[in-house]
Design a protein around this ligand. Structure first.
Ligand code: BDR
Ligand code: CA
Length: 311
């Protein structure tokens, strides 16, 4: 099994990402660390514990992360994921507690204790990961890769060019992209192809297990935003965060290109944009494997098989 640490801000699609990660049976999830993003740290923590309890992953240590971006205010307006950050399904109060150490200490202890290098999968703002990289530079060689959801080559969703996770903490993202750790980036170009439609959601609900039902309920809620605001997706909702896990499970279903990528932290119109040198105009050493397309049906199969394997 591939050892991973997941850093997330659940978040409806983060919840689906956790289902894919655990249900695949192919990952050894050594820790889940929590970022503030889709909602406040308090809410995203509660949501993570609820989802991990639901999917029978109560033995995974969970760590509190930063409450705010490095230099900016948190934008947690509940527009996409609701006031709770996980609107839609109703999940019981979890019988699970976070670890006493924080996310930075948690990542450090997992890496220090690991004989092999570990992959980090961030699906929220990159505050925790940037802070970790600055605080424990000697542990960088223990990171095999960072497979993240964030950014975009040609588009944004918070501003015309900036995607939510990067826009929320651009300085943190810049630290991560400049870190020298190999990165795979699943940005909006590819995640807007990871679409789930109403007919898929009904299949999920019909699987018969509790996780399938919860996944269907939360995708129903998530789809409302997409139907109202992303008409060009023809009723599909973009399952962003599971892409960062799916690439680890089967990179063959993705189209990727090695590119030099940096993050705009000061632009008047472009703050928080990932600047992807897709055509290698700068002739710089590529630092990111940029995913830009995927086989949607293979992705949905992978996801549904994982959810089917859960309680
Ligand atoms: C990203 O922002 C959040 O709303 C989602 O969970 C995803 O990580 C998409 O831009
Ligand atoms: Ca997320």
């Amino acid at each position: 099994k591939l050892p991973v640490i997941i850093d997330c801000d659940p978040g409806l699609d983060d919840a689906v990402m956790l289902m894919l990660a655990h249900g695949s049976g192919q990952l050894d999830i050594r820790a889940v660390t929590i970022s503030a993003g889709n909602q406040t740290q308090e809410k995203t923590m509660l949501n993570a514990l609820k989802v991990l309890s639901l999917i029978g992953a109560t033995d995974i240590p969970v760590y509190h992360g930063a409450e705010n971006p490095l230099f900016r205010e948190l934008i947690a307006d509940g527009v996409v994921h609701g006031e709770s950050g996980l609107d839609g399904p109703s999940l019981p109060i979890p019988d699970m507690r976070p670890q006493p150490e924080n996310a930075i200490q948690g990542i450090a202890s997992v890496l220090a204790a690991s004989e092999t290098s570990v992959t980090i999968v961030p699906t929220g703002p990159l505050t925790n990961i940037a802070t970790f990289l600055l605080a424990y530079p000697h542990l960088k060689p223990k990171i095999a890769r960072i497979s993240l959801m964030g950014g975009g080559i040609f588009r944004g969703n918070m501003t015309p060019l900036a995607e939510f996770n990067i826009y929320t903490d651009p300085e943190a993202a810049a630290i991560v992209f400049k870190s020298g750790v190999p990165i795979t980036m699943c940005g909006l170009d590819v995640t807007h192809k990871a679409l789930v439609f109403q007919k898929d959601i009904e299949l999920l609900r019909a699987l018969g297990n509790q996780t399938g039902k919860v996944a269907a309920d939360l995708m129903d809620f998530f789809s409302i935003y997409y139907r109202e605001n992303r008409v060009e997706l023809n009723g599909g909702a973009a399952l962003h965060d599971p892409c960062a896990i799916a690439w680890l499970l089967n990179p063959g279903i993705f189209s990727t290109k090695s590119c030099y990528v940096d993050v705009e932290t000061k632009g008047e119109l472009t703050r928080g944009a990932t600047v992807v040198d897709f055509y290698n105009t700068l002739h710089r050493e590529p630092n990111v494997t940029v995913a830009y397309d995927l086989d949607r049906d293979a992705f949905i199969d992978m996801l549904f098989n994982a959810i089917k394997a859960l309680p």
